[in-house]
Design a protein around this ligand. Structure first.
Ligand code: AHM
Ligand code: MG
Length: 345
């Protein structure tokens, strides 16, 4: 018999909230609205393979409606589900250049929602797992007015909640509100997220590394050395590690969260800031992984302490099991120190 209680996401959020008598319930309602939007996205993602039959993206479907690209569908769904809930003052999406202030004709709330509506969407046609990533902050400007860029540009340590939904062999929502990381699996029969993973802890050290090794030539010398180190044989430190790279951040991080390991999207000589976005991808994942006992840095600095300057800014990321992330930092710091010695000499 399972030891995990039969608990819906909605019930879990209410129970968590009861632990904080000062809570107003607004965050719970926000998370509830968000989870509803992701159920609709999940349904649409599951139909993706039928697009060719029902109509190509950009075409009219059998109902005479335009078939939207799935990432735009997910973006629109989230905006439409969240703009009138009364909990938000602004949103920002990876799919939209500017922030989305909540218009005055809706009730304006005290939270800010940032999201990547469908991360890894280039994988959709191959039926690979993709996901929605979200990050929630409290506004910093005065209440009652539409939110501003200032409300959106807060460092990750200010997040009040964050999470992702993975659309995989099943759909799962994993979130933290600063009190551990919990996972819920969507029951497709009755459309509820059910608690399946209570208090997830990432192992202190893993046996998996995830990186796009095709970029090897352009990497920092310390990173090259670290990857070679992981490939060497040493049973005591469980080397060689296994490579697992899906190319879909949510799926790669989800697996490493459960099994342990390190995910990296580093800077390289062609992309000095890496590829992934601080506000939509790195901060929420860093909050989750830290809450699960792991570590997330840009190689030298904690991701969540980076002061954002632009809403779409990119940042290199090393994230996962604490000891693995510390090890890559060490390799890169040593290579930097050697560089300095060589250039002096
Ligand atoms: P996207 O936001 O355009 O989907 O790009 C983000 C994705 C991540 O999910 C994934 O980790 C990364 O891009 C993979 O990039 P690459 O193909 O360069 O390895
Ligand atoms: Mg993305």
């Amino acid at each position: 018999m399972s030891q995990v209680r039969f608990l819906t996401l909605a019930r879990h959020i209410i129970e968590e909230e009861r632990k904080h008598p000062e809570a107003t319930g607004e965050l719970s309602k926000l998370l509830h609205d968000l989870s509803l939007a992701t159920k609709v996205i999940s349904l649409e993602v599951n139909k993706a393979g039928l697009v060719d039959i029902l109509g190509f993206t950009g075409d009219n479907n059998v109902h005479g409606e335009q078939v939207k690209k799935l990432d735009m569908f997910a973006h629109d769904m989230l905006v439409r589900a969240m703009d009138h809930g009364g909990h938000l003052c602004a949103m920002a999406s990876e799919e939209e250049e500017y922030i989305i202030p909540i218009p005055k004709h809706f009730h304006i709330g005290k939270y800010v929602l940032l999201f990547d509506p469908l991360d890894g969407s280039s994988n959709i046609d191959a039926n690979v797992s993709i996901g929605t990533i979200f990050s929630i902050y409290k506004r910093v400007t005065p209440d009652g007015e539409p939110g501003t860029l200032e409300d959106c540009l807060q460092p990750g340590i200010k997040q009040v909640a964050a999470g992702y939904v993975i659309y995989g062999s099943s759909t799962m929502l994993v979130y933290t509100a600063g009190n551990g990381v919990h996972g819920f699996t969507l029951d497709p029969a009755f459309g509820e997220y059910i608690l399946s993973h209570l208090n997830i802890h990432i192992p202190k050290k893993g046996k998996i590394y995830s990186i796009n090794e095709g970029n090897y030539l352009y990497w920092h010398p310390g990173l090259k050395k670290y990857i070679k180190y992981l490939q060497e044989e040493d049973p005591e430190t469980h080397r060689p590690y296994s490579t697992r790279y899906i190319g879909s951040m949510v799926a790669d991080i989800h697996r490493n969260l459960l099994y342990g390991g390190i995910f990296m999207y580093p800077a390289d000589s062609r992309h000095p800031n890496g590829k992934l976005r601080l506000m939509y991808e790195c901060n929420p994942m860093a909050f989750l992984i830290e809450q699960a006992g792991g570590r997330a840095t840009n190689g030298v600095k904690r991701i969540m302490e980076i002061q954002p300057e632009r809403i779409h800014q990119r940042v290199p990321i090393f994230i996962g099991s604490e000891e693995d992330v510390k090890m890559v930092e060490k390799f890169m710091a040593e290579a930097e120190a050697n560089k300095k010695i060589t250039s002096k000499g």
